[in-house]
Design a protein around this ligand. Structure first.
Ligand SMILES: O=C(O)COP(=O)(O)O
Ligand SMILES: [Mg+2]
Length: 220
């Protein structure tokens, strides 16, 4: 049976760090603080916008009392922050190939739903996905397995695969008991070997072939 495939977004399908860095630096400028680097911004992504803002504040010694106003200010700018974001090379061809082979595709990200739709629409990627779960779609978010399980349920029956880039994604897949396919060129914080995964890939052009071989390999 053709597998349902759910994807993470930031660091997996798209490289969104420059836009997130741009929001952060606009807010930091207003606070009279030094800007953050791309590497710092990359390190703040993966647990949703609230945690991004917390890490940004701590990096510039901004007090806890500023969390809520900064979170609100971040959200105000988030939907419009799409212009510097790009899909990783080979993503569009890989999605075309997977759809052509009959896979139902979905998204499970910790990015809030509004900015998720905005960036997918901007990049012309929305049409590939039959369901989209964001960090605020449910009361809980990754690594809680609920949004990933809900995404698979929305895609119907059959085996499931989760494709992501981070430790949060690997933990979510374990928690949901689905095989994890790791894109190694995203925003992970530690070594590939430390992350539970069924297989790892560095080039999107490789993914359709790897998925096609998977039942054989896994004995499923
Ligand atoms: O941390 C975020 O806001 C989003 O990250 P994700 O798309 O990798 O889940
Ligand atoms: Mg990610």
């Amino acid at each position: 049976m053709t597998a349902r495939i759910v994807f993470d977004l930031d660091g997996t399908l798209i490289d969104s760090v420059p836009d997130l860095q741009g929001i952060a630096n606009a807010l930091l400028r207003e606070q009279g603080c030094a800007p953050i680097t791309l590497a710092e911004a990359r390190g703040f992504i993966g647990n949703g916008v609230k945690v991004f803002v917390q890490k940004m504040r701590r990096a510039r010694d901004i007090p806890d009392s500023e969390q809520e106003p900064l979170h609100a200010a971040f959200m105000e700018r988030y939907r419009g922050a799409v212009t510097l974001t790009r899909p990783y090379p080979g993503v569009v061809d890989a999605l075309d190939a997977l759809v052509a082979r009959g896979h139902a595709l979905g998204i499970c990200t910790n990015k809030p739903l509004g900015p998720t739709h905005a960036v997918l629409d901007h990049l012309g990627l929305a049409r590939y996905f039959d369901c989209i779960y964001g960090g605020d779609s449910l009361p809980v978010h990754k690594p809680d397995p609920a949004p990933l399980k809900a995404a698979f349920a929305a895609l119907g029956g059959g085996p499931g695969l989760y494709v992501g880039d981070s430790e949060v994604d690997a933990d979510t897949a374990v928690n949901a008991d689905v095989p994890f396919l790791l894109f190694t060129e995203g925003y992970r914080k530690g070594p590939v070997a430390a992350m539970p995964h069924r297989l790892a890939f560095a080039e999107w052009t490789a993914l359709p072939g790897l998925v096609a071989d998977l039942p054989e390999r896994s004995g499923a």
